[in-house]
Design a protein around this ligand. Structure first.
Ligand code: PLP
Length: 413
């Protein structure tokens, strides 16, 4: 069965051009870039070149401001724990209620360690409450961490504006953004619109580089204590022998993404919008999570009222279609995602949300196939759903009012 891969916010296929660029460093040029002999110069130069290229592609940043890590989770952990360790005098942090777990769980952990963490709420479309954000800034605020775009819904956050407000309030507050879903998909200008961002995280495997390589941009002068101690690699900011091949791959992947951006954005947006329009037309009681917000062009998260996302994914998978749901399997029970919870997605849809995420490699024929298969899957699952039974027999206003409740009604209620 051919695979239709529409889970690109989870990970992406490694681009052939990236494989080609990195392969020499997995074969002949395997030397440790820190070694003193001549043979090691090739890998050392490759790391230096890649660092310069990435810095340039992110808006002419300085090469020394790019720190290579193993993944975005490491970049986020380094950014937040590193800032706290370097600035112990301030103990208040602001983030949002929709961050990826690599920030959200760090926030929860910090709370247990006695740091005050404010999780700014979002509205039903996933948009941040700016008034709450401004109100949250305090004289003892150490840092702000707001993601650039959400991995589940694709909703884009106004990092330019929030970082400007933060610095106007107090230039010493450190501003971090998790840009894992946007690097390579949106232009990022660290000398222009992102000039107030101090720390920015991203990961290779979301932009057609391999898994196991990430980066953290650290603006010159930002105080951030190293997370991994040991050797002197990365200017003493992260111990461990550099992953030369994947660093080269990350730089090549970002270069490709930026070259393709102007052509990819309209093409991918067109396919995503067609998928959305056709599914909305064919499936009753379907909503787009974050549909009214500014969104990434490649992401469509649909709430299928009255059924379970896991069932949908299973049936999609039977057709070779890879997508993902908003639920995370925690300790044997299916917990709805904290992101959809924060958006107050009603109980009839919070378990029935499915995310399709497209890429450069997505084709029109693949989208056609999903448009053909998905409505039938939803209809067949609804035939088995007691909630659907109640809703479809109820007058429309009653069904709609069921769809507004965020908690499941108690039995007999
Ligand atoms: N942040 C965001 C927004 C993400 O989407 C992801 C991955 O899904 C991560 C962080 C973690 O990335 P990694 O797998 O590279 O640790």
């Amino acid at each position: 069965m051919t695979v239709i891969y529409l889970d690109n916010n989870a990970t992406t296929a490694v681009a052939p051009e990236v494989v080609e660029a990195l392969m020499p460093y997995l074969t002949g040029e395997y030397f440790n870039p820190s070694s003193m002999y001549e043979a090691a110069r090739g890998p050392a130069d490759a790391v230096a070149r890649s660092r310069r290229l990435i810095a340039k592609l992110l808006g002419h940043a300085r090469a020394t401001e790019i720190l290579f890590t193993s993944c975005a989770s490491e970049s986020n952990n380094t950014a937040i724990f590193g800032t706290i360790a370097a600035n112990p005098e301030r103990r208040h942090i602001i983030t949002t209620s929709v961050e990826h777990p690599a920030v959200y769980e760090v926030g929860k952990d910090l709370e247990r360690r006695g740091i005050e963490v404010e999780f700014i709420p979002v509205d039903t479309q996933g948009r941040i409450d700016k008034t709450e954000f401004v109100r949250a800034l305090r004289p003892d605020t150490l840092m702000v961490s707001v993601m650039h775009a959400n991995n589940e819904t694709g909703v884009i956050y106004p990092v330019e504006e929030l970082s400007r407000i933060t610095k106007e309030t107090d230039p010493s507050i450190v501003f971090h953004t998790d840009a894992t879903q946007t690097v390579g998909k949106l232009p990022i200008d660290l000398r222009g619109s992102f000039a107030n961002v101090d720390l920015l995280s991203f990961s290779g495997h979301k932009l057609h580089a391999p898994k196991g390589i990430g980066a953290l941009y650290i603006r010159r002068g930002t105080r951030c204590r190293p997370f991994l101690l040991g050797g002197h690699q990365e200017d003493g900011r992260r111990a461990g022998t550099e992953n030369v091949a994947f660093i080269v791959g990350l730089a090549r992947a970002l270069e490709l993404a930026m070259e393709r951006l102007d052509a990819d954005v309209p093409r991918i947006t067109g396919m995503r919008d067609r998928l959305q329009t056709e599914l909305m037309a064919r499936i009753p009681y379907l909503e787009v999570n974050g549909g009214e917000a500014k969104r990434l062009d490649n992401t469509l998260n649909v709430a299928c009222h009255f059924i379970e996302g896991e069932g949908i994914l299973y049936q999609l998978s039977e057709h070779g279609i890879c997508a993902s749901s908003g639920s995370a399997c925690t300790s044997g029970s299916l917990e709805p995602s904290h992101v959809l919870r924060a958006m107050n997605v009603p109980f009839t849809a919070v378990h029935g949300s499915v995310r399709f995420s497209l890429s450069h490699y997505t084709t029109d024929a693949e989208i056609d196939r999903v448009i053909e298969v998905f409505p039938e899957i939803v209809a067949s699952l609804r035939r088995l759903s007691p909630y659907w039974d109640a809703a479809k027999n109820a007058p429309r206003p009653e069904a709609l009012s069921m769809m507004e409740q965020t908690e499941m009604p108690q039995a007999g209620a």
